[in-house]
Design a protein around this ligand. Structure first.
Ligand SMILES: Nc1ncnc2c1ncn2[C@@H]1O[C@H](COP(=O)(O)OP(=O)(O)OP(=O)(O)O)[C@@H](O)[C@H]1O
Ligand SMILES: [Mg+2]
Length: 192
């Protein structure tokens, strides 16, 4: 699903609320059928961890660490996995986004598009049903943006992962199954 709308219309705010990073001043947010307003912070963290992956434009990768190590980070925060199992998961995810060859490279050495794909792989580490992406291809050239978008499209098709993606690229929005448009903090229209 694409989320479009002018600058300042509330797209990032909506993503932050949907991702349980921010709380709405009014109204109730349901995640997977569950009301979230009354949840404690620890319960919100738990629900977020099991349900939602994040890809931000500033992707917060650790540049001195390898691609595989970055993808493993969310797994390290959960207990009970062996190092070998985490590495195998990271390798499989990096293969999914076409970065098998680069798994042992420090991410600081990778191109912008490659780094964005590492961020996508990391968002998928805990196999969330939903990935929230704030302009994931915003600062990429059109060719690279297209490749990153196709990667998300393919994962959606193959694994059923839902991507909710903020974009200013209307051609890309048209290639999503659904588009929601925000204007002045309100949903103006939906397509699909
Ligand atoms: N923490 C905050 N407190 C109060 N107002 C905020 C806060 N963060 C953002 N805003 C305001 O809320 C509105 C929506 O901001 P938001 O960042 O969600 O827009 P956006 O649609 O993501 O824009 P852009 O396309 O430029 O990224 C803006 O008017 C912004 O100034
Ligand atoms: Mg924004």
């Amino acid at each position: 699903m694409a989320l479009i709308g002018p600058s300042g219309s509330g797209k990032s705010t909506l993503l932050n609320i949907l991702g349980l990073l921010d709380r709405p001043t009014a109204g109730e947010l349901y995640v997977a059928g569950r009301a979230t307003g009354g949840l404690r912070e620890s319960e919100r963290t738990q629900l977020r961890g099991s349900t939602i992956g994040f890809v931000f434009q500033a992707h917060f990768l650790l540049s001195a660490f390898t691609a595989a190590e970055n993808v493993m980070m969310p797994l390290l925060l959960q207990r009970g996995r062996t190092d070998a199992a985490m590495r195998a998961t990271a390798r499989a995810l990096l293969t999914q986004v076409g970065l098998t060859r680069w798994q042992d490279s420090p991410v600081g050495n990778l191109s912008g598009g490659q780094q964005q794909r590492v961020a996508i792989a990391r968002a998928l580490a805990l196999a969330p049903p939903l990935v929230l992406a704030d302009e994931p291809t915003g600062n990429l050239d059109t060719h690279t943006a297209d490749a990153v978008f196709e990667q998300m499209r393919g994962i959606n098709r193959d694994a059923g992962t839902t991507f909710l993606m903020v974009t200013h690229n209307l051609a890309m929005a048209q290639r999503c199954d659904r588009t929601v448009e925000l204007v002045d903090g309100r949903i103006q229209g939906t397509h699909g």
